[in-house]
Design a protein around this ligand. Structure first.
Ligand code: HEM
Length: 191
């Protein structure tokens, strides 16, 4: 595993496993179309950086990792998904949150758990979701009326310099209800 250290005095706990630049070219996206769905092979870069900590209400302390995910369609090399966000770890409860926005005027706050076995070789697993329909999701009036996100879940695991994720974005769009817009990829830490 790469040498992962920060020198800002913040305890990033399991978030340390995320730090660095990751690349992966085995992505598969399943997305809705008016007449069915499309499957898009993709490649991407995700960059995670230590971003300090915050204290909420003089009580809740959260360590923060900032990320930027840029996804390109294999067929034409064009960016077709761009996501900026944060992973947050609360040491007092050992819980995590992921909060992000995408440039469709949709933003998500998902909460969940992390399991991080002792030792550098263990697999660190982050699992977050928006539990109740609509909770933790903000979107424009247009998207609410036409392409509504109703749920989101994300499982991301890191073992050494390998990362895997599966995420499901549940959509009401076109004539489909609870369409499972799904994305999966495997990435390698490159820096
Ligand atoms: C690797 C991750 C992702 C990729 C590659 C991706 C890609 C796509 C593609 C190709 C479409 C169809 C666009 C079209 O045909 O017009 C789409 C639709 C959509 N995506 Fe994603 N997506 C990803 C993640 C997400 C996430 C995390 C969210 C929100 C939480 C999201 C929300 C939406 C919405 C609301 C639509 C419907 C808009 C539309 O089709 O007009 N996507 N996405």
């Amino acid at each position: 595993m790469s040498e992962l250290t920060t020198n800002d005095g913040v305890d990033y706990g399991p978030l340390v496993a995320l730090l660095g630049e990751w690349r992966g070219d085995k992505g598969v996206d399943r997305a809705p179309e008016p007449d069915g769905e499309e499957r898009n092979p993709y490649y991407e870069t995700i960059t995670f950086e230590a971003a300090g900590d915050v204290t909420n209400c003089e009580d809740q302390v959260l360590a923060i990792v900032r990320y930027h995910q840029v996804v390109r369609r294999k067929s034409n090399d064009k960016v077709f998904h761009d996501q900026v966000g944060f992973w947050l770890w609360e040491p007092a409860t050992n819980t995590v949150m992921e909060t992000f926005t995408i440039p469709r005027a949709v933003a998500v706050v998902a909460t969940g758990t992390v399991t991080a076995p002792e030792g550098a070789d263990g697999e660190v697993v982050f699992e977050v979701s928006c539990a109740a329909e609509g909770s933790g999701i903000a979107q424009s009036a247009y998207m609410f009326d036409n392409g509504r996100t109703t749920a989101f879940s994300h499982r991301l695991s890191v073992k050494g310099d390998q990362m895997r994720y599966t995420e499901s974005t549940t959509l009401d769009i076109y004539e489909k209800r609870s369409y499972d817009h799904k994305d999966v990829n495997t990435l390698t830490r490159v820096g």
